[in-house]
Each structure stands twice: as structure tokens, then as C-alpha cells.
Design a protein around this ligand. Structure first.
Ligand code: FAD
Length: 388
């Protein structure tokens, strides 16, 4: 049994790891020659960390995960603490810690774990053909590959998705721009063991500690799409949007390196029920593209991979078993991933002032928050994953 894995992102690499555990040969094809991930870092929540452990890559989390022990929200303008609490009760309830990690390091280590030399880089799929005997991938360099089945983990702009769904999906602009990057931890900006978020005016500024004494930072501002802004304008842009905000926010803007700061217009895709067509499965952002508002896009790609492996372990590894395993994967995942996308969309709207009255009510709630409600929400999201 041979699988074609399209994409060497978190989704593709974890799918390959899961299938390898089931004794399935995987050939991995990645479009770019040199992977440059979108975004500086990401938080792998406990459900994602459990998946990495299950797939045999837990040591990567141990090495890259930052010491995020507490969580705090502050009023962006005054700098006053709205709520601050320990994440220890969450870790105790779910049995694993969350790990904020450098995205480039995570992807690079997953690739090294697999074996960089056995991944085919510079292979961009442009067409797929499937039959009863297998799947053929056609690449833009004129080459092709054949396998018994395909896992398309080629991201939010997936070239395979339309073939599986029978229609083109539209990406939906979520209404805000996110700037993100890495900066050395400065305790005068925020504690080095805390996920700190400043909120106000439907905007937010956030910092999470990752390994090697660095903060992953991001700024969110509700804005129209298509503004003429880039790295050359980032400091001016942020200085303008956050004029009058508290001193630590100004210090952070002064500390960032514009050359390594990413600017992303945040999108998602309306969730769909079809994740599998015969011997082709969508996985990760190809199957479900979410806004990053609950930090679950990458985690759900890891969950997809674990479930895919579990479905293969339950089926005989012949053609009919393979088709049943893929169908079971779709059934096991479609409601979970839809729920996460819609949850993130809801959180996105409240955080980013879609209706300022609701956002204000959330700010008021934060001032009364003891940590219990936020932890309960995180716990539910985590424990609804496959390795609860
Ligand atoms: P990708 O990471 O996009 O990988 C797809 C791979 O396929 C790429 O390497 C690409 O080059 C390759 N590819 C593309 N097209 C082709 C083709 N035609 N042929 C071959 N290969 C192809 N998630 C979290 O869990 N926690 C977070 O905190 C978090 N924060 C985020 C913050 C931001 C600003 C953003 C934008 C996203 C965030 N996410 C987060 C989401 C997370 O980044 C994605 O869900 C995750 O990267 C999806 O992994 P993937 O492998 O499915 O897709």
C-alpha cells in the first residue's frame, strides 16, 4: 500500500508519520524548494501536543515549546490588568501542556524527523486523476507519481480540493489584518512565562513565550482588504493604529524587526462535509481553513493525521479496506473540524469588534474573569479531540 502525500506542512508531515505507523509507504511531494512558512509561530494546544506525542514526535514539542504557564488580558489603552491566572488547572484537567513554538523550527524539525532527503521538493501538483486501481498526481514540472491513495495536505489554496468537492471554494475575508513575528523576551513588556494579550477598540496585541527566550508577538487590527501596506510601512502602520495604547505596546512596536514581521489578511473557508472522494482525502487546511482565533488550525491538522492512522489500523490494508479507512476518516473528522472553524469565526467576530457592543461586553466579562470560564472553554475544545 503506497500513499502520495501532497504538501510537507504540519498536515502532510503528520499524516506521513501516522501512515508510517501503520506500515504504509509514503511518498511526500512539496511544491516549494525552500519552505518559508506563513506566520512566525503558533500555539500547539494540548490536543495538538498529544497528537505529536502519539505520532512519536513529542521530543520536538519538548525542545521547541515555550514556558507558557500563565495567561493575562490587559486593557490596551491603560495597561491595567483585566484578568490574570495560572494555566496549571488546564494542564491538570487535560493531561498535557500547551506549547507555543516557532513555526519554521517546527516544520523544519518535522521534516528532519522524517528525513529531508526522502521528501521530493519542487513538486507542485496541478492535476489529479483517480481510478479503481489508484491515483496519479501530475506536477507542474511535467513529472507524475502513482499511488494507491492520496492525502492532499496542500494547504488553504489546495490544488486538489476542487477535484474532491466538485466545486471551487471561496476564501472568506475575516475582516482583520494580523502582523506577527518573533522578538527577544523583554520582561518590561510582558512576563516571559505568560501569554499576555492587550485588548481595546476591537484590536489586540499578544505575546507568547517560545523556546530560546523569544516572544511570538502578533497585532490584530480590523481593516479592509487590499491596503497598500508592507514591511516597509509596518512600524508607521502599527504606531498609527496603536496610538495612545499603553507603554508596553509602544515598546513592543519599537522592538520589532520589520524585515521579519509578516502581514496577513486573515481568511477562512465555509466548512464543507466532503473530505474524501474515493481514494483521495483532504487533510489540514486543505480540508478546513480556519481563522487563527482559537489557535486550532495546525492542531486540527495533527488531529486529522492521528485519526487517519487510527482508521487504517482498524481496516485490513487492501483496496477495500483502504477505501473504508478513508471514508471512516471523513466521518470521524467532518463535524469536529466544522465545529472548530465556526467556533474560531465566532471568537474572531467578538475579538475584532464586528459588533462593538458585543466586544465591549466581552471586555467587561474579562474584568470579572477568574480564569475559570476561559479554562473551561479551552478544556472543552481540547477534550473534544481524538486523544482526550
Ligand atoms: P500548510 O502549513 O499551508 O502546508 C501546506 C504545504 O503544502 C506547504 O508546505 C505548501 O508549500 C505545500 N503546497 C501548497 N500547494 C501545493 C501544491 N499544489 N503541490 C504540492 N505542495 C503544495 N494553528 C494552530 O494550531 N495554532 C496557532 O496558534 C495558529 N496560529 C496561526 C496564526 C496565523 C497568522 C495563521 C495564518 C495560521 C495559524 N494557525 C495556527 C493555522 C496553521 O498555521 C495551519 O492550520 C497549519 O499550518 C495547516 O497546516 P497544513 O499542513 O494543512 O497547511
Amino acid at each position: 500500500m503506497k500513499a502520495l502525500i501532497i504538501g510537507a506542512g504540519i498536515g502532510g508531515m503528520s499524516a506521513a508519520a501516522a501512515l508510517k505507523q501503520q506500515g504504509i509507504e509514503c511518498a511526500i511531494f512539496e511544491a516549494v524548494k525552500d519552505i518559508k512558512p506563513v506566520g512566525a509561530a503558533l500555539s500547539i494546544w494540548s490536543n495538538g501536543v498529544k497528537c505529536m506525542n502519539h505520532l512519536g514526535m513529542g521530543s520536538i514539542m519538548d525542545e521547541l515549546g515555550g514556558p507558557m504557564h500563565n495567561m493575562a488580558y490587559l486593557d490596551g489603552l491603560s495597561g491595567a490588568v483585566m484578568t490574570k491566572f495560572s494555566l496549571a488547572p488546564l494542564v491538570e484537567a487535560v493531561g498535557e501542556r500547551p506549547c507555543p513554538v516557532s513555526r519554521a523550527d517546527l516544520q523544519s524539525q518535522m521534516i528532519d524527523w522524517w528525513g529531508r532527503d526522502s521528501i521530493q521538493f519542487g513538486k507542485r501538483i496541478e492535476k489529479v486523476e483517480q481510478s479503481d486501481t489508484g491515483v496519479t498526481a501530475y506536477f507542474t514540472d511535467g513529472t507524475q507519481a502513482f499511488g494507491d491513495f492520496m492525502v492532499a495536505a496542500d494547504g488553504t489554496h489546495s490544488a486538489v480540493r476542487a477535484h474532491v468537492l466538485g466545486y471551487q471554494t471561496e476564501r472568506r475575508y475575516a475582516g482583520y489584518v494580523n502582523w506577527n513575528g518573533l522578538v527577544a523576551i523583554d520582561e518590561s513588556i510582558a512576563p516571559g512565562n505568560q501569554w499576555t494579550t492587550f485588548v481595546g477598540e476591537g484590536k489586540r496585541v499578544s505575546m507568547m513565550p517560545i523556546a530560546d527566550d523569544r516572544f511570538y508577538f502578533f497585532f490584530d487590527v480590523p481593516l479592509p482588504t487590499g491596503l497598500a501596506q508592507d514591511r516597509s510601512t509596518v512600524v508607521n502602520d502599527l504606531t498609527g493604529y496603536f496610538a495612545g495604547w499603553a507603554e508596553p505596546v509602544q515598546k513592543l512596536i519599537a522592538a520589532i524587526d520589520p524585515d521579519t514581521t509578516n502581514r496577513i489578511e486573515i481568511h477562512d473557508i465555509e466548512p464543507f462535509d466532503t473530505l474524501v472522494k474515493g481514494n483521495i482525502a483532504l487533510l489540514g487546511d486543505a480540508a478546513h481553513s480556519t481563522t487563527p482565533d482559537i489557535g486550532q488550525g495546525g492542531c486540527s491538522a495533527l488531529e486529522d493525521a492521528v485519526v487517519l492512522g487510527q482508521c487504517f489500523s482498524a481496516e485490513a490494508k487492501n483496496v477495500s479496506g483502504m477505501l473504508a479507512a478513508l471514508k471512516n476518516y471523513e466521518e470521524a473528522r467532518r463535524l469536529r473540524v466544522k465545529d472548530l472553524v465556526l467556533k474560531a469565526r465566532k471568537r474572531c467576530d467578538v475579538t475584532h469588534g464586528k459588533n462593538m457592543q458585543e466586544t465591549q461586553a466581552w471586555y467587561d466579562e474579562l474584568r470579572r474573569e477568574t480564569g475559570e470560564n476561559i479554562i473551561a472553554g479551552l478544556r472543552t475544545t481540547i477534550l473534544e479531540g481524538p486523544l482526550a
